[in-house]
Design a protein around this ligand. Sequence first.
Ligand code: SF4
Length: 418
Amino acid sequence: MSSTSIDTACRGCGLLCDDLTVNWSGQELLLCEKGCPTARSWFQTGLGTGSDNQKEEGTTADKIETVKRWLEEAGSALLCGLEGLTLQAESALVELAKKERTFLSAGTSPDKITSFQRYGGVSCTLGEVQQRADFILSAHVDLFSIWPRFKQRVLSPPGRFLSPDKPRSLVFLGDLKQLQDHSCYSEVIDVPTDQLEQAIILLRRFCKGQSQKVASRAEDEAGIALSKAVTQQLLRLSEQLLAADYPVLFHSDNPPIKPFLWAKLVSEINLRSRLHSITVSAGRAKGAASETILAMTGFPDHIAFRNNEVIHDADRFQASRLIEKQEVDLVLFAGDTLNPNWLQLFQKLPDSVRLVIIHSGITAIPQLAAPVIEIITQTPGIHDAGTVLRCDGVPLPLRTVVPSSLQTVSDIIRSLLD
Ligand code: SF4
């Protein structure tokens, strides 16, 4: 017998479309109305998880008791992950870190933390982009391939506050090779990835009002080798950014561009005009653990809870550093999926460090030197309802599409808190 869920949110990418109708039977997806191919694959993968036929050793209750004992015995524990969880699960994890006086690290890069603390984060919503943005700069990221329904969900119908005589401009700045279809953009400024940082610096100089001669002289001193055509395009881009009524920058959160370069561009333009910005992450919707940690502790990430104190150190309390320097004797990871970076890190743990992995079971865990307790949970947005933050910080409800006999991450953390 098949079942249907309407107005369902999809966590296949950061756009978090919440208008899907999903119909399934058992573990088979029969219909995914309004869903793009990525959504269909995300729901199909999720339907294959959360069932009792997974080969877990021992009951979840036994495992929770062992984890409680491990936490009591730990002298220096680290709680990490938090990606792709509901706000409820993230908050419970921060409470657990406080109670057990552990380190807490969602793995945010120190550069991102510094940039966030100095310049702030996302500054407008996708709704504002749809209704008001007359100029969109997509930098080092192809919005149409990372968010397959971007055109349908954000660009159409044209915004209520946009003039029909002045069509919205959408400019791409970055390596042309990133684009699936460059005709989606009004203009493409093709800059190889290794020259992009220099292009942003030059754009900032133009936006600050430096003449082409002065900016180019500084360019020569720095040994920058942008072509004349690109320099001209950047000059025109600076004029367009300053003249637009509601310009929005979408930028990638990936290296090699340091996050503070985008943040400086935004803050410098805002001294003269205004520019909003939204960070774009590839892959499944990740939520915003840093926002939850900030709201609950006053710091966005990389924290040590000690007695009644919260100590923050963006560099020292990174999960990767703590593990590599062997400063922890217990690592508790809780997240939707275990990505390859975490897995690589856990492979470095010696057998003297205990490891707890709480996840939805999509990633198979290889043999590790560290003793491991794995607890498989419901997948947020498939079995587990709750609230998640979209890429623009808007909270959205997740529905239970399919019931599951497994526990949620929140249930497990609450049991550990008891
Ligand atoms: S665009 Fe993203 S959120 Fe929307 S249906 Fe496709 S994968 Fe899901």
